[in-house]
Ligand binder design. Structure first.
Ligand SMILES: Cc1cc2nc3c(=O)[nH]c(=O)nc-3n(C[C@H](O)[C@H](O)[C@H](O)COP(=O)(O)OP(=O)(O)OC[C@H]3O[C@@H](n4cnc5c(N)ncnc54)[C@H](O)[C@@H]3O)c2cc1C
Ligand code: SF4
Length: 505
């Protein structure tokens, strides 16, 4: 059963066995497991359900409506880093590129030994991945929808010794329209609103959209439910309030919102909630190729490779709506128009870097999350090394010039000498055009209560009946795209939850 804004204007009060906050990668997996396991399950999602006709190519408008903070959210600290998150049924899985990769062994071992998460060494994680991949139809991006832009990325990365491969994605019959950032109007992407929630509803889950949770209710050290407000999806006007009474609360609002909700509810075991925060530092460079690449044709992100020189760095072909990419184009007036004309010749290589930096998340002055990262200069230099390699890669396959967007570097790099000079720059993090759409680790899981507020079963310490099941659980960056691992951890946590009775008294 699904309720939307018009049904809920007057507020609501319901009772359930479990209430789940958030319907993205973590929340939706929890919803299916718990509903299928026989629990009366309520899912609360702050954003609206998105129908195909709401997914158009007008990216700035789409983002203003269906992303948190209108798509303008940023991580502060040593730089202002844009950090996107979907605010709709299915969460960020609706607007992402659907890349699904398993955790690399070295990260898995780091988490298992550094955070006493013994279960990561057993077969359970692999079994979860297999279940999720089958349900989400994860397959390597087919050659037929790579398009010229991804093929340029493939050739470029191979030219610098990183052949890589087609990215495995949760998509059925991708049409290669390059528009993943604004949903998937054709319904091919297997975001959780398609792959998980309908089955959860078939098992009795009730899904409430436009229902933003403000607080977890706790009485005598036990969770008893949540309360929040009904929000108009377009105007963001607040309507009536709602309460869901349940002895079990699963928090899956994403790594930015989950710690804020816990802190607002007075839940902060060991002072560790929001005290840590990790992100992959993303960046993209644009190559202007001699031949047309027709970049708006082909899977949004079809080809990728793990860096052979920098641990934790990964490259991917990328496209995003022109309205967004042009913000990074540089130049004004005649120069801008000239570039606009050349858009058919562009190729974009994105890099994602697991920087060794730990930040924090707190409640901001307007109630939303305030994320901070102080990126050390030596990490900024590693990021630039990655960009230099990507620039060389595009130059090797005939780019006329490459635009890095790095402050202090020439606007257009035309030779290997110029790209080598990037390494001589005295770069501060604020000089780098970074993004951070992979965020985690704000309420980490650890066997050691001094390192994480959540135990290896996903239970928040110090209170009965609260579980965490989203990206907040990661002890640190995953080094690859995180969605599959978020879903797998939620799968493991909520399967164990089914076997745990809540003590009475
Ligand atoms: C543009 C973009 C591209 C990406 N590409 C990829 C990719 O290709 N592969 C990959 O692995 N990862 C990708 N990611 C990252 C990935 O999508 C996220 O890491 C993942 O979805 C996070 O899962 P989550 O459950 O923690 O949060 P989300 O999926 O964001 O879900 C959290 C949900 O909680 C809701 N919520 C928040 N606060 C409240 C509240 N108070 N009350 C009720 N509901 C609330 C939100 O609206 C949201 O729906 C991308 C992210 C973005 C933004
Ligand atoms: S490229 Fe287009 S068809 Fe393929 S998953 Fe993305 S939005 Fe859907």
């Amino acid at each position: 059963m699904r309720y939307g804004f018009p049904d809920l204007r007057q507020g609501f009060e319901v009772e359930a066995d479990v209430v789940i906050i958030g319907s993205g990668a973590g929340g939706a997996v929890a919803a299916l497991n718990l509903a299928e396991g026989g629990m009366r399950t309520v899912v609360l999602e702050a954003g609206p359900e998105l129908r195909p006709e709401m997914m158009d190519k007008d990216a700035p408008r789409f983002m203003a409506r269906y992303y948190w903070e209108g798509g303008l959210r940023a991580i502060g600290g040593s730089a202002q880093i844009p950090s996107l998150q979907g605010r709709c049924l299915g969460g960020s899985t609706v607007v992402n590129s659907a890349i699904m990769l398993r955790l690399p062994d070295w990260v898995r071992e780091e988490w298992a030994s550094g955070h006493h998460l013994e279960f990561l060494r057993g077969p359970g994680l692999e079994e979860s991945y297999a279940r999720i991949e089958a349900r989400c139809h994860v397959t390597p991006t087919p050659e037929a929808v790579q398009g010229r832009r991804n093929r340029v990325t493939r050739a470029a990365l191979a030219a610098v010794g990183m052949p890589g491969g087609p990215l495995p994605r949760a998509v059925k019959d991708c049409q290669g329209c390059a528009d993943c950032l604004t949903g998937c109007a054709g319904g091919h992407k297997q975001s959780t609103d398609r792959s998980y929630l309908p089955d959860a509803e078939r098992h009795g889950a009730q899904v409430y959209c436009s229902a933003e949770v403000e607080r977890i209710l706790v009485e005598g050290g036990r969770a008893v439910g949540v309360t929040g407000r009904v929000v108009d999806p377009l105007t963001k006007e607040v309507h009536r309030r709602f309460t869901v009474r349940a002895k079990r609360v699963v928090v899956a609002a994403g790594a930015a919102h989950t710690p804020v909700l816990l802190l607002e509810s007075g839940l902060n075991p060991g002072g560790l909630v929001g005290a840590t925060f990790h992100a992959h530092l993303g960046g993209g460079i644009i190559g202007m190729m001699e031949e047309p690449t027709d970049p708006f044709v082909g899977a949004t992100q079809g080809w990728g490779a793990i860096s052979s020189e920098i641990k934790g760095l990964k490259y991917e072909g990328l496209w995003a709506a022109q309205g967004l990419l042009l913000m990074r184009w540089g130049g004004l007036g005649a120069k801008f128009l000239e570039r606009l004309h050349e858009i058919r010749h562009t190729a974009v290589i994105a890099q994602v870097y697991r920087a060794k930096v730990k930040g924090s998340v707190q409640r901001g002055i307007f109630g939303g999350p305030k994320m901070r990262l102080q990126i050390p200069r030596d990490e900024a230099r590693v990021f630039v090394r990655g960009i230099r390699t990507a620039a060389d890669a595009l130059l090797k396959v005939g780019a006329r010039f490459v635009m890095t967007g790095i402050h202090g570097a020439p606007e257009e790099l035309r030779s290997f000498e110029e790209s080598a000079r990037l390494l001589e720059l005295d770069v501060a993090p604020s000089h780098l055009p970074m993004t951070a759409n992979h965020i985690f680790g704000s309420v980490p899981m650890s066997g050691d209560p001094r390192l994480g507020p959540v135990d290896p079963d996903g239970r928040l310490r110090g209170v009965e009946g609260v579980w965490v099941a989203d990206a907040s659980l990661f002890p640190s960056g995953s080094a690859v795209n995180p969605q599959a691992t978020i879903m797998a951890l939620s799968d493991l946590v909520t399967r164990k939850m089914l076997h745990r009775t809540i003590p009475t008294g």
